[in-house]
Design a binder for this molecule. Structure first.
Ligand code: F6P
Length: 323
């Protein structure tokens, strides 16, 4: 391998820049040329490449977003789109790719490697943490800290007014952000898609808290929860309990921004180097991840086909702590 391309695709996540920096520097360290591909697979299709030198990634480890910009490419889903991307790689003598993103990114990469036998290594970058084969994805820790900061502030005003808040957090169809941030903020209840929401159970629980004179209530609702989201569940509870002073807060895209935490920076740096080393080791069609503190390799096949499970022990933790 003489020249690799690096791109970020799908929803951006804090720490993507730290990963780009690590890929670029590790490639240069190993005497491999590296180009940045702008706007994910879109840039690959249209030949939007930028030669990267070491100084091009100076001063970005602390920045949110992605200097390469990101996109969800419809064209790359088509055979013609991927053919164009391959032609661009040949024309620009790019031998291999490092793709930073989530399962959509890896699904595209998997089919691309099958069609054209191009080595591709993935780095998990998504705030959702919903990727099988890694304990943590880049951006997850920062997003949780952002949520915690917001919920702590909401708790102040909730307590001042004796209010019950339903706070909706991101996570797509997974509850990882909700569960961890709910535990960290001492939420009264956490609603996640992995666990069926029993409205009656929740009502009983909240009623108990109310009777016991809790001064505020926080219910963290994962956006993918089957209850239909924070507004729907708040309305339902409000109908049954007009005595509650209920408010809803949807945190939204603030969860995707901001300077990455130390944890995300170190994870991104580790995985960026690991991705380049994996390519040098003739690996293709795999994602690098962190399992039990060590770098792991998992095939795109496995990470796409398997669903990562939420830890049962974490789910029961909140039942004990929120009495
Ligand atoms: O996958 C990251 C994520 O932020 C999800 O948590 C959320 O459901 C989705 O992306 C939002 O996507 P968009 O930025 O396209 O609105």
């Amino acid at each position: 391998i003489k020249k690799i391309g690096v791109l970020t695709s799908g929803g951006d996540a804090p720490g993507m820049n730290a990963a780009i920096r690590a890929v670029v520097r590790a490639a240069i360290y190993n005497k491999i040329e590296v180009v940045g591909v702008l706007q994910g697979y879109e840039g690959l299709i249209h030949g939007d490449f930028k030669k990267m030198k070491s100084h091009d990634v100076s001063n970005i480890i602390q920045k949110g977003g992605t200097i390469l910009r990101s996109a969800r490419s419809e064209e790359f889903r088509t055979v013609e789109g991927r053919k164009k991307a391959h032609e661009q790689m040949i024309a620009n003598k790019i031998d291999a790719l490092v793709v930073i993103g989530g399962d959509g990114t890896f699904s595209g990469a998997r089919i691309f490697t099958q069609e054209f036998d191009i080595p591709v290594v993935g780095i998990p970058g998504t705030i959702d943490n919903d990727l099988f084969g890694t304990d943590y994805t880049i951006g997850y820790d920062t997003a949780i800290n952002t949520v915690i900061d917001a919920v702590d502030k909401i708790r102040d005003t909730a307590s001042a007014h004796n209010r019950l808040f339903f706070i909706e957090v991101m996570g797509r169809d997974a509850g990882f952000i909700a569960l961890r941030s709910g535990i960290a903020t001492g939420a009264e209840a956490i609603l996640i898609p992995e666990k069926e929401t029993h409205t009656q159970e929740l009502q009983k629980y909240l009623e108990k808290g109310y009777k016991e004179h809790k001064s505020s209530g926080i219910v963290i609702v994962a956006e993918g929860d089957k209850s239909g989201g924070a507004y729907t569940i708040a309305k339902e509870i409000g109908k049954e309990h007009p005595e509650y002073d209920i408010r809803v807060s949807v945190l939204g895209h603030m969860q995707r921004g901001g300077s990455p935490s130390a944890f995300d920076r170190v994870t991104a740096s580790t995985l960026g180097v690991a991705a380049v080393e994996a390519l040098l080791d003739d690996q293709k069609s795999i994602m690098v991840g962190i399992v039990n503190g060590e770098v792991s390799h998992v095939s795109f096949n496995k990470t796409i086909k398997n669903k990562k499970k939420v830890k049962d022990s974490l789910m029961s933790l909140n039942d004990i702590l929120s009495i």
